[in-house]
Design a protein around this ligand. Structure first.
Ligand SMILES: *Cc1c(COP(=O)(O)O)cnc(C)c1O
Length: 375
């Protein structure tokens, strides 16, 4: 790549170039077999992904949002129930709760690593609360000891939203293995991404896993035309499963490269006082789906970066309770002080496994030159 070429936020093409032969032959196999729905490629990936996370079961589904919704539905969470979710996430986390007829109740995030604040979870529990959905935001594990403790004490389910955190670990244990069931998204730009929409549920509970599989496949289990419940159609495509099975072998290596890139950014930016860098903790093995910094002049900074050929993005510009979709809740900023400040300051920098040292240096030098504290 030319030295001054635009630096994208993510680069899916360079990853494909590295493993093109393997991916092409996996796709061609499915096309030549002419078997596009379910089949051995799906069950093989399900087994390999369950083994990777260290759980008994994986069910491939259509996307990560469906994964969350199918878990809640199978736990019989619905009308009259409340589910606690963080005030900062992709909207899918709250949407899944709303779409099963339950009420999402937002909890504020922590000021250090921006995951859901266990103290605020406790404040939001009512007699109607049925579950907590911790989101491992940006690839950073939530405070799982505290969350599991609160859930145990209050008889609540924990459903992990792992859409941004494939391979992340909390105290040496893979995230996705803590909750009663966990949702993964394999959206193309996630740490493990398909070539289109795809998702998965993992669980250690056999009965729940079977129920989820049943709901995802028109209420059928093993016998065709035996529809036990009113289900829906949310399956993992066979071609996507074959692609994911190839990519799963590279996930740990890609995650280490993401971590190395993040360390490089943090090293280069550590003396710039206008930027708050991602927090690190020995208990949490962060997989940097996103490398975000905080900055009080975020919008101006993004324009400067753009003018220098550097892409950036905001994850996310508004806390979930302040989106129009949730305006009926009449939430106030004082209820979510950390989320409110965070969403006005966060900015995501280019980061992907194949990003070069030169690209990281170019982004960092640009940030340093835009830091008013240095000028
Ligand atoms: C991507 C994402 C989802 C939804 O996944 P899709 O596969 O796009 O439906 C859910 N939660 C979080 C936190 C995400 O980042």
């Amino acid at each position: 790549m030319k030295d001054n070429a635009r630096i994208p936020l993510v680069d899916l093409c360079s990853q494909y170039d590295d493993i093109k032969k393997e991916i092409d032959s996996a796709i061609l196999n499915i096309v030549q077999e002419g078997s596009f729905i379910r089949g051995s490629s799906v069950s093989l990936f399900e087994r390999n992904f369950a083994n990777y996370i260290g759980v008994g079961h994986c069910i491939g589904v259509g996307n990560g949002t469906d994964a969350l919704e199918l878990i809640l539905k199978s736990l019989e969470i619905g009308s009259g129930d409340e589910v606690i979710v963080p005030a900062v996430s992709w909207i899918a986390t709250a949407e899944a709760v709303s779409n099963v007829g339950a009420e999402p109740v937002f909890a504020d995030i922590k000021d250090d690593d921006y995951t859901i604040n266990p103290n605020d979870i406790v404040k939001k529990i009512t007699a109607r609360t049925k579950a907590i959905i911790p989101v491992h935001l940006y690839g950073c594990p939530c405070d799982m000891d505290e969350i599991m403790h609160i859930a145990g004490k209050n008889h609540l389910y924990v459903v992990e939203d792992c859409a941004q955190a494939h391979g992340a670990e909390y105290k040496g244990r893979k995230i996705g293995s803590f909750g009663i069931a966990s949702a993964f998204s394999f959206f193309p730009s996630k740490n493990l991404g398909a070539f289109g929409d795809a998702g998965g549920v993992v669980s250690n509970t056999k009965e729940l896993a079977e129920k989820i599989r049943m709901y995802a496949n028109h209420g059928q289990l093993n016998i065709r035309h035996s529809h036990h419940v009113i289900g829906r159609n949310s399956r993992l495509d066979t071609i996507q499963a074959a692609i994911l099975d190839v990519k799963l072998n590279y996930l740990d290596n890609w995650n280490s490269k993401r971590r190395e890139a993040a360390e490089e950014y943090s090293k280069m930016l550590c003396n710039s006082h206008s930027y708050t860098l991602p927090h690190s903790s020995l208990d949490k093995n962060h997989v940097f789906h996103i490398y975000a910094i905080r900055c009080k002049f975020r919008n101006k900074l993004m324009l400067e970066l753009d003018a220098s050929g550097i892409s950036s993005a905001i994850h996310y510009p508004h806390p979930l309770p302040f989106l129009e979709a949730y305006s009926y809740k009449n939430s106030v900023r004082e209820e979510f002080p950390v989320a409110s400040a965070f969403c006005s300051e966060t900015v995501s920098l280019p980061l992907y496994p194949e990003i070069s040292a030169h690209q990281i240096r170019r982004v960092s030098e640009n940030l340093i030159s835009n830091d008013p504290a240095n000028n």
